[in-house]
Design a protein around this ligand. Structure first.
Ligand code: SAM
Length: 277
C-alpha cells in the first residue's frame, strides 16, 4: 500500500500554536521532510518527538521530491514541514504535491498557522476578497512590473517581504500604487505582535523604528481600471470615444453598442448622432 503525504503547518512564532493533529501526525509518520532540518529539530525537540529528517528546500525541491515519492510508493508516510507556517505558501511544498498527484498518492493537509491569513483577519481591510501575492521578485524591474500589474486591483493585496527590504518595497509601493492605506502585521503570534495601520508615507517617515517580521497588506484601489477608463472615455468627444474602440478593431455596430453602454444612453441616440455628421 502507498504511504500518505501530510502537509503539516507549524507555528509562525508562538509554539503554542502547534495543533494536536500536527503533533499526532509528526509522531506517527515514518519521515519528516523539512525546509531546514536544524530548525525543525528544535521544534521536534521541544515536543519530544524523535523522527528521521530529510532536507527539502526550494533549490532541491524537484530532486528531493522524486526521492520522497519513491519512499511514499514503498509505503512510507511522510510529513512535509517548512520553517514556519503552512507548507506551499511562499515555502516549498507545491512541487511534491504535483508529483504525488501524478502518482496517485493521497495528500492530507494538516491545518495550522499561516502568516497572511492571520494578518488579513486582524487588518481591518476587506477580507471578503483579497489577492495573495507572496514575495515580490528580488529583481527591481520585475518588482516594479508586478506592482504595475496589480495597481488597479480593487481587492486587498497581501505581500510577504524580508525585514531588510521593507523600506525599498514601501518606497516602490508609494511610487506606483500611491499613498494607499496599508497595514503592517508585525511579529505575529510573538511578544511584540503589532498592527501598524497608516498610509505609506506616514509609515515611511517612521520606518527606522519598525523591526521584525511582517506581512504587508494594501487597501485595494478604490476605482477599478475599467472605472478609470470609463471616466476618461466619457470625458472625451463622441468622435474620440468612437476612435478608441475603432483602434481596438471593433466594427461600427459594436462600437455604437459600447458607446451607448459606457454613456448609459440608447444605441439609437448614438447612431443618430453619427448619422447626422
Ligand atoms: N509558509 C509561511 C506561512 O504560512 O505564512 C510563510 C513563509 S515565508 C518564507 C516567510 C514570510 O512570511 C516572512 O518574510 C513574512 O513576510 C511572513 N511571516 C512569517 N512569519 C511571520 C510572523 N510571525 N509575523 C509576520 N510575518 C510573518
Amino acid at each position: 500500500m502507498k504511504g500518505k503525504l501530510y502537509l503539516v503547518a507549524t507555528p509562525i512564532g508562538n509554539l503554542d500554536d502547534i495543533t494536536l493533529r500536527a503533533l499526532k501526525t509528526l509522531r506517527e509518520v515514518d519521515l519528516i521532510a523539512a525546509e531546514d532540518t536544524r530548525h525543525t529539530l528544535g521544534l521536534l525537540n521541544h515536543f519530544e518527538i524523535s523522527k528521521p529528517l530529510i532536507s527539502y528546500y526550494k533549490q532541491n525541491e524537484k530532486v528531493k521530491s522524486e526521492i520522497l515519492i519513491k519512499k511514499l510508493l514503498e509505503g512510507k508516510n511522510i510529513a512535509v514541514v517548512s520553517d514556519a507556517g503552512t507548507p506551499g505558501i511562499s515555502d516549498p511544498g507545491e512541487e511534491i504535491v504535483k508529483i504525488a498527484i501524478q502518482n496517485e498518492i493521497e495528500i492530507v493537509p494538516i491545518p495550522g498557522a499561516c502568516a497572511f491569513i492571520n494578518a488579513l483577519i486582524a487588518s481591518g481591510l476587506s477580507s471578503r476578497e483579497f489577492v495573495f501575492i507572496g514575495f515580490l521578485s528580488a529583481v527591481k524591474k520585475e518588482k516594479k512590473e508586478k506592482l504595475e500589474e496589480i495597481k488597479y486591483e480593487t481587492k486587498t493585496l497581501i505581500l510577504y517581504e524580508a525585514p531588510h527590504k521593507l523600506k525599498g518595497t514601501l518606497e516602490l509601493i508609494y511610487e506606483i500604487l500611491g499613498d494607499r492605506n496599508i497595514v503592517l502585521a508585525r511579529e505575529l503570534t510573538k511578544i511584540h505582535e503589532e498592527f501598524i495601520r497608516d498610509n505609506v508615507s506616514n509609515i515611511l517617515n517612521r520606518i527606522d523604528e519598525i523591526k521584525g517580521e511582517f506581512v504587508i497588506l494594501i487597501e485595494g484601489n478604490s476605482e477599478s481600471k475599467r472605472d478609470l477608463e470609463l471616466s476618461e472615455l466619457n470625458g472625451k468627444t463622441l468622435e474620440e470615444h468612437y476612435e478608441f474602440y475603432l483602434n481596438q478593431g471593433l466594427d461600427k455596430k459594436e462600437i455604437i453598442k459600447k458607446i451607448a453602454k459606457d454613456r448609459n444612453t440608447s444605441k439609437n441616440e448614438i447612431y443618430q448622432y453619427f448619422l447626422n455628421k
